[in-house]
Design a binder for this molecule. Sequence first.
Ligand code: FAD
Length: 321
Amino acid sequence: MTTVIVVAERDEKGEIVQSTRQAVTAASNLPDAQISVVITGDAPGSATSLPVGRVVTIAPIESTDNGIYDQATADLAALVSADSPDVVMFSKSDFGSVVGARLAFRIGAAFAPDCVEISGDASDAGTIGVTRPVYGGSALAEFEIASSPAIVTLRAGAFEPNTDTGAPVVESFDTDGLERKPVEVSESVAESREGVRLEDADFVVSGGRGLGGPEPFSVLADLAEVLGGAVGASRAACDAGWIDHSHQVGLTGKSVSPDVYIAVGISGASQHMAGCSSSRAIVAINKDGDSNIFKEARFGVVGDWEKVLPSFLATVRELKA
Ligand SMILES: Cc1cc2nc3c(=O)[nH]c(=O)nc-3n(C[C@H](O)[C@H](O)[C@H](O)COP(=O)(O)OP(=O)(O)OC[C@H]3O[C@@H](n4cnc5c(N)ncnc54)[C@H](O)[C@@H]3O)c2cc1C
C-alpha cells in the first residue's frame, strides 16, 4: 500500500482546479494507493465527490505573507507529521512550488519538482520513482526517492484529470494553537549596478569561459563603458565566480535584445542563445571557427580575445573620439 496526500487547490469560485484532478490521477496510478485530499477552508465543496478515500480540511489561508505561505506550510507540516504519508503531491503551481519546497525543507524530506511520471510501491521496495525533464527540457531523468515522504510537484497536463466521483470520508485537521513561525528576512541586499541596466542596454558585451578568469571582465567593462552599454556573461563564467550571477544572460539568466551583442569567448550554447538571440546583431570573438556562436552571429572574428579585444577597444575609442 502507498499512502498519498494530494494537496488540493481551488479556483476563484471555490471549485477544485484541473491540476488537482490530474494529481488524483497520478496518485490513483500507484498500486494499492490510499489517497487523502487536503483542502484549505472549512467547506470542502466539490472535494467531497472526488474518487478518494478521505478529504481533510485545514484552516483557510488567511494570508499568503507576501507569497511565502507561512501558514499553509506550517499546517501541512503538522498534518504530514501526524499522517506519515509515503507521498505528498502538489500541482506545479506557484502555491505548490513554494509550499512543496518549504514543506520538504521543514520536515527534512526529499523534494522532486516538475514531475511528469510517478511510480513505485512504498510498501514493496520502499521507493518511489519519479521522472522529470532536465537540461531545459531536452531530456527526461528518472529518480528514485528512498526517503519518506517523497514530496513532489506535478507538471500541468502530464496526467489526465480524474473525473470519476466518489464518497470520501470528510475530516477536519485541527490546527488551533499551532505555532506558525513566519519566515524572518535577515538581510536584504540591493543589487549593485553601475551604468545602464543590462536589460535596457543598446550594447551588451558578454564574456564566457573562454576569458579564462575574472580579470578580463574589466576589459569587457571598459568596452561596455565606451559604447554606453552593459556587461553580460555566460552561465559558465558566473558559475566559476568570475562575475556576479546578475550578469548572466540566457535561459536561466536575463533576456536581452540590444542593438549589438558582443560575445567574447562564448560557445553559443542554446541555453545562452535563449537570452540573446533577439539582439539586432551578434558579434562573436572566439578562437574556434567551428563554434556554434558563428552560426548565430552576423559578424565574427576567429581569434584569441587577448589579441582581438584590445585593438577592437582601441578602434572603438578612436571612432568615438
Ligand atoms: C537547464 C540549463 C540552463 C542553462 N542556462 C544557461 C544560461 O542561462 N546562460 C548560459 O550562458 N548558459 C546556460 N546553461 C549552460 C550552457 O549549456 C553552457 O554550458 C554555457 O552557456 C557555456 O558557457 P560558455 O560559452 O562560456 O563556455 P564554453 O561552452 O566552455 O565555451 C567557451 C568558448 O570560449 C572559446 N575560447 C576559449 N579560449 C578562447 C580565447 N582565448 N579567445 C577566444 N575564445 C576562446 C572556446 O572556443 C569556446 O567556444 C544552461 C544549461 C542548462 C542545462
